[in-house]
Design a protein around this ligand. Sequence first.
Ligand code: DSN
Length: 449
Amino acid sequence: MNSQLQTILNNELNRQLTTLDLIASENFTSKAVREAVSSVAMHKYSEGYPGSRYYEGNEFIDQLENLCIEMSRKIFKLPQNWGVNVQPLAGSNANLIVYNAILNPGDKILSMYLPDGGHLSHGWSYGAKDEQSNFGDAKQKMVYYGGSRKVNIVSKIYNVVQYKTDPSTNLFDYDFIEQLALAEKPRLIITGGTAYPRLINYKRMKEIAHKVDAYYMADIAHEAGLIAGEALESPVGIADVITFTTHKTFRGPKGASIIAKQEIIDLVNKSVIPGMQGGPNNGTIAGITQALFEIDTQEFKSYAAQIVSNAQALAKELLSFDFKLVSGGTDKHLIVIDLRNKEIGGKFAARALNYANIVSNMNTIPYETGSPLNPSGLRIGTPSITTRGMKESEMKQLAQWINDVIAVAKEFASLDFNEFNEKIRNHPAILKIRTEVIEITKKFPLGIK
Ligand code: DSN
């Protein structure tokens, strides 16, 4: 390998080995998954589907894709009349593929408000509001009609209205979502996203969608591994269509899949090719297949349950340090900390933690008063540290470090960000924690060298 490239990759490997990854959407794969991804499968073009390809030489790639589909069916316990498409290149593509399959341009989508934990690919625009709500004052603030700046392609193509969480609980208000759906009559209702720490009532959402003759799509990108590992309830058999990525709790390579009733999968298949993609990444499909075999073990079920136990233990410890958590805690793998009582923004907190080798990301919180580039929240999650083998007792130590880093960082939180970096980067208290974190990473190694 080119030495310059090799150096970059070695440095990244060293970073991964010596830091604690709390980014809720990241994980570490097995050697077998990485070998499958980088296998000769990546060389092959296979536009089309098994048995019906545009290129010759796909007899083994057909077997590969069929195996991936078969394992997906097994893992997600798909009913006979449901199908799978394993070709989407990423989660955002998977969502767009579904919209392209079942909607027409201009159709209305009702999805979760992005700053509350939705996702860009569920539609996002901002700027001057171009519509007004007909709801009374109490509920007015729980609807978002978007703005004139259509920053995501989904908002350019479709008419997107968003529901917010209840301002007092940060939970979904299903009665309100129903009221909104009845008023707006969307063609598609979406749940899921990046930062909602609580369970979603899939049955209720389906009832709401079907009351207004809309499709219901559950985007389970974050929860797919927890659902596959039977730690959380599954929307299979409830939602009309389900999209997910394969690299978060699922612990596979970066990729995505769509599962749905067969009549929707027939439309999805056309939406993938010729609609939106060319040849699938067959290396990725090989990696997803290996990940599915790993999920099909008792060990993975224990792993999925441990992710949730760890997140709940970490939440409990953080509460004891007077951290405010969005919705008060978590039912799954992620926690959103509202830092306002700690007098430090998410950008500053995340950077200070990074200097202590604890990697997280700044995040908006419901009813955000900051900005997306300096929001009031910090999102953390337990999939990666659980892959390292950490358990509840390590969560106590982790909460202590987070508290100590933030206590130091808040002293400098009113400085300009560059000055803040200078003060924090080599602050003795941060260096001490960094040394301790490096020690614990040795005790819980990744085994990915
Ligand atoms: N980047 C993903 C996440 O962090 O949740 C969403 O796209």
